[in-house]
Design a protein around this ligand. Structure first.
Ligand code: GN1
Ligand code: MG
Length: 354
C-alpha cells in the first residue's frame, strides 16, 4: 500500500535513482508514521509527519538547525539524524496530501526493554552526555514545538476537566481516575520545583526506543526523535528513561500484576546519567532526578487516560481500550516507583560520597 509513494519520492529526493523502491512499516512510534525505504542495498527512514500533534513544523526546523550547528562545532560520540533536504531544499515533502521526511537509516538495534544492566547504564550515559552537550546552548533560543508538553500541572487539570464533562464513568475508569487524582501531592512537589530549576535544552522523549544501539548492543550509535528537543528540566529526560527502562515490562503490556519498578536498573540509570552529565547540574537538579521517573510516569498515565476519555484522538491505538490499558499500566508502575523513594535517596547519597 506504500508503493504509491515511490514515484513522488524518487522525484523529490536526489538520493534515489530509478531502481525500484521497497517501502514497509518500521518501529514502534506512537505519533509519526515510520517506514523503512530500501533501494538496491541502501536504506532510509521515511516518516509520515503528524501535523495534528506537531502543529509548528517551522519551530522544529529552527531547533534542529541550532542542534545541527552545535553538533558540527562540538561533535558528539553518536549521531543526531536530521531530515534530509529534498530537491527544493526543504525537509518536509508533501505527497498525496501528507507531509513526509526522509532520514538516513542508522544501522543498528533498538530495544523496547533493556536485557542487561549494562545497557541501562549505556543508555543513561548517552542521554546524560546529550544533556551536558546541549547545556552549552541557551534553552531560551529553542522554540516550544508542542506548547506545555511536559507541564504536569496542566496535564493533571486537563484530565479533571475532561472527566467532569462526561455524564458518568464506568467503574474501571472511575477507579483509575481516582488513582490518578490521588497523585496531587506529586503535582504540588513539581510546582514547587518549577520555581527553582533552571530551564535546559532537553530531548523530552528519552524512551529507550529512541536510542539506536550498535548491532552488538555495545554502544549507542544515535539519539533519534528530536522533534521535542526544547526547553525543559533535566528530570524530564532522566525520568522518561526511568519510566521506560527501570520497569519489569513495557508500557504496552496488559499484565498489570507483573508491573514493578526494578530498583537495580534505576541505580544503573542514575549512575550512568551522572557520568554522562559529568557535573553539569545544580544540587537541586541532582535531587530532582530522584522523582523524575514518577513525574514522567504520571504525565504519561494522565495523557493516556485523558486520551481514552476523549476517544483516542492523540495516540495511535490498535484496539479501542488500549489507552485505558496503558494508563492502568503506568499507574501500577508509578505506585511501585513510590515504594522505592527511600532506597533511591540512599543510593544517590552513596553515589555522592564516592
Ligand atoms: C510518543 O512517538 P513516540 O512513541 O516516540 C509521545 C511521547 C510519549 C510516548 C509514549 C510527541 O512518543 O511523549 O512518551 O509516545 N510523543 C509525543 O510512549 O507525544
Ligand atoms: Mg520514537
Amino acid at each position: 500500500m506504500f508503493d504509491a509513494l515511490a514515484p513522488a519520492l524518487t522525484q523529490a529526493y536526489p538520493q534515489f535513482t530509478n531502481a525500484p523502491l521497497t517501502i514497509r512499516p518500521f518501529g514502534e512510534g506512537l505519533i509519526h508514521e515510520t517506514l523503512l525505504v530500501g533501494q538496491l542495498d541502501k536504506k532510509w527512514i521515511l516518516q509520515g509527519f503528524n501535523n495534528s500533534v506537531f502543529r509548528f513544523p517551522e519551530r522544529i526546523d529552527h531547533n534542529l538547525s541550532l542542534l545541527s550547528k552545535h553538533a558540527t562545532s562540538h561533535p558528539l560520540p553518536f549521531q543526531l539524524p536530521l531530515p534530509l533536504l529534498n530537491t527544493t531544499g526543504r525537509g518536509l515533502t508533501a505527497i498525496q496530501g501528507k507531509n513526509y521526511r526522509l532520514f538516513d537509516f542508522v544501522d543498528g538495534s533498538t530495544l523496547q526493554q533493556v536485557q542487561q544492566p549494562a545497557q541501562a547504564r549505556m543508555a543513561a550515559q548517552a542521554y546524560g552526555k546529550f544533556a551536558s552537550w546541549s547545556q552549552q546552548l541557551s534553552a531560551a533560543a529553542f522554540e516550544e514545538t508542542i506548547p506545555n508538553f511536559h507541564r504536569l500541572d496542566l496535564r493533571f487539570t486537563r484530565l479533571q476537566e475532561v472527566a467532569k464533562q462526561l455524564p458518568s464513568l464506568p467503574e474501571a475508569e472511575q477507579t483509575l481516575l481516582q488513582g490518578y487524582l490521588a497523585q496531587l501531592p506529586l503535582v504540588n512537589w513539581y510546582q514547587e520545583q518549577r520555581k527553582h530549576l533552571p530551564l535546559r535544552v532537553t530531548h523530552s522523549d528519552t524512551k529507550i526506543n529512541n536510542l539506536i544501539f550498535s548491532k552488538t548492543l555495545s554502544q549507542v550509535e544515535a539519539v533519534v526523535d528530536l522533534d521535542t528537543v526544547m526547553g525543559g528540566y533535566l528530570m524530564y529526560d532522566f525520568g522518561d528513561l526511568v519510566r521506560t527502562v527501570a520497569c519489569s515490562i513495557p508500557e504496552t503490556s496488559t499484565e498489570w500484576e507483573q508491573i514493578r519498578e526494578i530498583p537495580e536498573l534505576f541505580e544503573e540509570l542514575l549512575a550512568g546519567y551522572l557520568e554522562g552529565l559529568n557535573g553539569a547540574m545544580t544540587p537541586l537538579e541532582a535531587e530532582s532526578l530522584l522523582l523524575g521517573g514518577e513525574i514522567m510516569t504520571l504525565i504519561m498515565g494522565l495523557r493516556f487516560l485523558t486520551d481514552h476519555l476523549e476517544g483516542n484522538v492523540y495516540y495511535r491505538v490498535s484496539y479501542p481500550l488500549q489507552n485505558l490499558h496503558r494508563a492502568k499500566n503506568q499507574l501500577a508502575l508509578l505506585q511501585s516507583q513510590q515504594e522505592h523513594r527511600v532506597r533511591f535517596a540512599d543510593f544517590a547519597a552513596q553515589l555522592q560520597e564516592r
